[in-house]
Design a protein around this ligand. Sequence first.
Ligand code: CA
Length: 221
Amino acid sequence: MNLLLAEDDALLADALAAQLRRAGFEVEHAPNGAVAEYLLSRQTYDAAILDIGLPMMDGLAVLEGLRQTRPTLPVMLLTARDGLEDRVHGLNAGADDYLTKPFDFPELEARLNALLRRSRLQSPAKGLELGRLSLDGESRRALVAGQPLELSPREWLLLELLLQHRGRVITKEQILQSWGQDANASNAIEVYIHRLRKKLEGAGVAVRTVRGLGYLLEASP
Ligand code: CA
């Protein structure tokens, strides 16, 4: 497993790189955002660990650029700032997970392995497929194990959004935006999530609630 570690604190970067290598990862270190962006555009990594507070280009900007070219590369953000706004910003920009400094190495390792596991589960899926669920965007049909699923227009949009961002959190704002609705409709989201969960029983996928942030779709056993 090949990792990019973007961290400007040299002591922390050295310690993390040494621990990651001991845990069996190959690690390349970028001391600033510009080097991180350069390496990400030229090398193939299995995951990236990006500090948010980086010189030259912050971690969120690196992530936003990366998502244009590598939408599915697992990305873990490191942040010194423990704010909901930062986390939401990071997740909206396409981060898969985040850790607030200071953290213990075993937590980083466990979360990283969870990201890599999720990414391996999803990688065989081409287009909008997960578990026994598949979506055909042209005909606007959802199939579970080949059988069509009856969906209202809003349910369709919600499921499409979840599947496009599978394994990543979507916020209530993103859902409302896809519906073309304002915040007044946000109470309806839970109702639709509830209905979708019922319809997706047996589809090999689960809609998980991430408290305070939103929802994510993941493969379930
Ligand atoms: Ca930093």
